[in-house]
Design a protein around this ligand. Structure first.
Ligand code: HEM
Length: 308
């Protein structure tokens, strides 16, 4: 799933598929970075950045920076030879073209940091959400069959496209429900910049505030039968109207890629379910660790059979 989502994100956002090898290397760096920022309840501190940076993390960060620069140089060279009348519209091409505008002045590392941010933020979360949702589907054959039927009728044998989404509403609800039970970002962290009253609570200036999707999404005050994987709950309620449902957070720093993720993952889920039988035993979805994303400790062992 990681290779799939890195390659999708790089092709669409950066104008070039990173390919299998570079995707695998990137995944390795992300793995190291996630562990460095792993959350521990005994060390909740305001500045929850690591106190000491490990040599492995330094190396991974350097690798990500270098790769981002390499991608930018390649994109710049390719853009120099493309037809001006048909400008590419990926995010990196737009950023690079804006550079030519005298009114635009980027700080020196701005484009590199944007590329790194989008690669980092844009793939692991989506890969995890697909992994968990496929795991849930493996344990709910009736729901999986309904996704398969919908995918057969919406996609047929065509390459998945954005306009197929209108016919994949059930699959989208399934994906939304996967995000509820296994939110890839399991909590968001804030620090109060001033004293504020929230309901019955007073949050003092400087306090840490943690908004844990993992527990709120599984709280029976907000969701009927909260541990049940039940996509039909989103027929009765609109996700946008449920403030206790916030896989993409909320407010000015909520996820900028939420629609990208919802669209890409719904299409991927439909195609994968249509083409493969995927078996995951329940045990595999139990052993998770709270790095900034909710990761399976040892990956998720899966049996995948192509459907003929
Ligand atoms: C299922 C997939 C995804 C989930 C669950 C997710 C979740 C989140 C959450 C919870 C935040 C807010 C973090 C906070 O408030 O501290 C966030 C921020 C962000 N996400 Fe996503 N995300 C996903 C996919 C993506 C994709 C595909 C992209 C890029 C195309 C992306 C780019 C970003 C960026 C750049 C931010 C920072 C926004 C800011 O600080 O202004 N995300 N994401």
């Amino acid at each position: 799933m990681t290779a799939l989502t890195i390659r999708v994100a790089s092709e669409i956002l950066l104008g070039e598929d990173l390919g299998r090898e570079r995707a695998a290397q990137f995944h390795e760096w992300m793995h190291i970075a996630g562990i460095e920022f792993e959350f521990s309840p005994s060390t909740v501190r305001l500045n929850w950045l690591p106190q000491r940076i490990s040599p492995e993390f330094k190396q991974a960060a350097e690798g990500i920076r270098n790769l981002s620069e390499e991608i930018i140089e390649q994109r710049r060279a390719k853009l120099a030879t493309t037809d001006e009348d048909q400008p590419p519209r990926d995010m990196l091409a737009l950023l690079l073209r804006a550079e030519a505008d005298p009114a635009v002045t980027y700080p020196e590392t701005q484009i590199r940091d944007e590329v790194a941010t989008f690669l980092i933020a844009g793939h692991e979360t989506t890969a995890l959400s697909l992994t968990y949702t496929l795991g849930l589907l493996a344990r709910s054959p009736a729901i999986r069959d309904r996704v398969r039927t919908e995918a057969d009728s919406a996609l047929g044998t065509e390459q998945p496209r954005y306009d197929h989404l209108t016919d994949l509403s059930y699959t989208r609800r399934v994906y939304r429900e996967g995000l509820r039970l296994y939110p890839p970002v399991w909590a968001v962290f804030r620090q109060a910049s001033e004293k504020v009253k929230l309901g019955d609570y007073v949050v003092e200036k400087g306090s840490a505030v943690i908004l844990p999707q993992w527990s709120v999404h599984r709280d029976k005050r907000y969701f009927d039968d909260p541990r049940k994987f039940d996509p039909s709950r989103w027929e009765r309620r609109s996700p946008n109207a449920v403030s206790a449902y916030f896989p993409f957070s909320t407010g000015p720093h909520s996820c900028i890629g939420s629609q990208f993720a919802l669209s890409g993952a719904t299409l991927s889920l439909a195609r994968l379910t249509q083409e493969f039988d995927i078996e995951v035993v329940a045990q595999e979805l139990r052993n998770l660790r709270p790095t900034p994303t909710l990761r399976p400790v040892k990956g998720v062992m899966t049996t995948i059979e192509p459907l003929s």
